[in-house]
Design a binder for this molecule. Structure first.
Ligand code: A2H
Length: 256
């Protein structure tokens, strides 16, 4: 890695209902009325309307970190440490008190509220084997319309739901057109995954190409076709959506 700083939008997905294994691990560890949030880090805040689930690495270790008496975050310990040296996240500089530890597997099936998503009844936490422990928060929110990785992963999850120990209906939420592009239409990721004949989330080389194409086309040529900034260029909408999420308390800046 170089010296460039990556500026992420860290989104707060509030837990509505824990998966059973997580519930057991957390028993007695949280005060009544505490809110817990999964914290995905994204580079594409303007796509958050299209969230259909949220990914964790099934074999990654996650922590539950105390922000205040009423707020707790789920992310990798590495990300929590980084956050503790950034302003306005943890109350005490350099401290990131951890109250529980679980593996990604333990939280699969948990229901969370995804800010701005059309799926207002909540979305599920699902497994993604290609999540890296060394980047962002190790939590990735899923926008299958615009992220080739996300699209390839949900196709695979739906195909092998039983193998992954999930329900097919957790994966098959409606995919929403959010951004229209001249080359790939309004479901950019789906189009690229199909055009490049990407067969699996582990088709790393082709997915790199798809990601690059999707990002360039979406960012420089895309137009919003959904939400409050409908009709505006993605280049402009990106910061507007980011600001809206931060102002409403649903997101914060995270850099690494
Ligand atoms: B992006 P960069 Cl719609 N492991 O958010 C694997 N992928 C991760 C990750 C991790 N630990 N942390 C973040 N990411 C994903 C939205 C999105 C993203 C869209 C389109 C493209 C896209 C919805 N998922 O990213 O390597 C997150 O997915 C394309 C690269 O730090 C995050 O933004 O540059 C992006 O990768 C961060 O990648």
């Amino acid at each position: 890695e170089g010296v460039a700083v990556q500026e992420y939008t860290a989104l707060k997905l509030k837990v509505k209902e824990w998966a059973e294994p997580a519930q057991k691990i957390l028993d007695g560890k949280l005060p009544d009325g505490a809110n817990v949030y999964f914290i995905p880090a994204t580079l594409r805040p303007e796509t958050m309307y299209g969230q259909t689930c949220c990914f964790v690495g099934p074999n990654i270790e996650y922590g539950l970190f105390k922000i205040s008496e009423t707020e707790y975050f789920v992310c990798s310990p590495r990300a929590a440490r980084n956050m503790s040296y950034q302003p306005g996240i943890f109350p005490t500089w350099g401290e990131h008190p951890q109250v529980a530890c679980f593996s990604g597997k333990d939280v699969i099936g948990t229901v969370v509220d995804a800010p701005l998503s059309i799926h207002t009844n909540g979305v599920r936490i699902l497994p993604m084997e290609t999540v890296k422990d060394t980047k962002g928060t190790a939590v990735v929110t899923c926008v299958p319309s615009d992220s080739p990785d996300d699209y390839a992963t949900i196709i695979d999850l739906a195909k092998k739901a039983e193998y992954y120990g999930i329900k097919k209906e957790w994966v098959e939420l409606e995919m929403l057109p959010i951004i229209d592009t001249p080359s790939y239409g309004n479901l950019t990721a789906k189009k690229l995954v199909e055009d490049l004949k990407i067969q699996s989330p582990k088709d790393t080389k082709k997915l790199e190409e798809a990601k690059e194409k999707a990002y360039k086309e979406g960012f420089y040529k895309g137009t919003m076709v959904y939400g409050e900034f409908k009709g505006q260029r993605v280049e402009d909408a990106k910061n507007l959506v980011r600001k809206k999420l931060i102002d409403s308390g649903d997101a914060f800046n995270y850099a690494e």
